[in-house]
Design a binder for this molecule. Sequence first.
Ligand SMILES: Nc1ncnc2c1ncn2[C@@H]1O[C@H](COP(=O)(O)OP(=O)(O)OP(=O)(O)O)[C@@H](O)[C@H]1O
Length: 317
Amino acid sequence: MSLYPTDLSPQNTAEEQQTGEPQKLSSAPPALEVDGIHLAFRKKRSLLPVLQDVSLTVKPGEFVSLVGPSGSGKSTLFHIIGGLLKPQQGHIRMHGQDVTGERGHISYMPQQPALFPWRTTLDNVLLGQENAPRNHTAAHSQYASERERREEARQWLEQVGLGPFAKAYPHTLSGGMQQRAAFLRALLSPQELMLLDEPFSALDALTRAEMQQWLLRIWERNRRSVLFITHSIEEALLLSDRIYVLSARPASVVHVVDVPFPRPRREEITLDPRFNEWKRTMTDWMRQERCRLDGGMEEHTESARKSPTNNGADQYE
Ligand SMILES: Nc1ncnc2c1ncn2[C@@H]1O[C@H](COP(=O)(O)OP(=O)(O)OP(=O)(O)O)[C@@H](O)[C@H]1O
């Protein structure tokens, strides 16, 4: 099963599976470069600064997460990357090209699956390809005819346990099944970079854990470039190669974590003492930011001073 038109050929993918290493494309430009983004919303006569000099990078085939307090500006950053908002300063580059303010360069999976109720599961999955901008579909059409794309989507539905539901309508699917269909729609879209905005936040705990394992397996087989927003530190540590921690609004990057756990990863990694040490450290960082957001700096300073996990926290950066 191929995923066009990315450079993730089956040979590459097989090599990666053996070595457990991401693609070593050292000379390739980043799949995404967010460079010095500033954005403030205009509120009546005042300005609400939301993003302040935010920079981050997603290399080809990397899984990168963004965590930060509620209201810090994560979704706003996604809107800028997707070209829905234009920053006052800074640039968005994809594969070396400046695409600041341009739409159509990313595939996107929102918090809610947003499947069209009048389309079958298969037709919903194919939607990302139908709506892709011309420059992407042109590249894409060298690889697959309409019939081939439908066949490939059918095979993918089988792979993710949705084969029997290809002709079913979304209301007959469970929440987890709808999210799998929405993820496939993003995965089969021709744009290489995927932005996933808290895709599992609406699911119950058990389904969420199952979906994380499912995503790990699917992603490790395909290694698309992913930028993932989550509120769950555990989810970020489980899934990511790198995590950017945003400060409270106006957001800037306050910590960058290169996640040290090898791939392929499975749920058992969450039992590793190092995993829990990271989780505690990052939770502490997030608490500090939330305190800042709440204006509770004095209280936070005291609790951070007392916290045993704060010792040497910066060594993780
Ligand atoms: N179009 C807009 N106009 C004015 N203010 C906005 C607009 N969009 C977002 N904001 C404000 O910008 C700030 C950041 O919002 P954003 O949704 O990006 O945060 P977030 O980190 O994604 O939050 P959450 O984690 O709760 O989803 C918030 O204070 C929000 O009220």
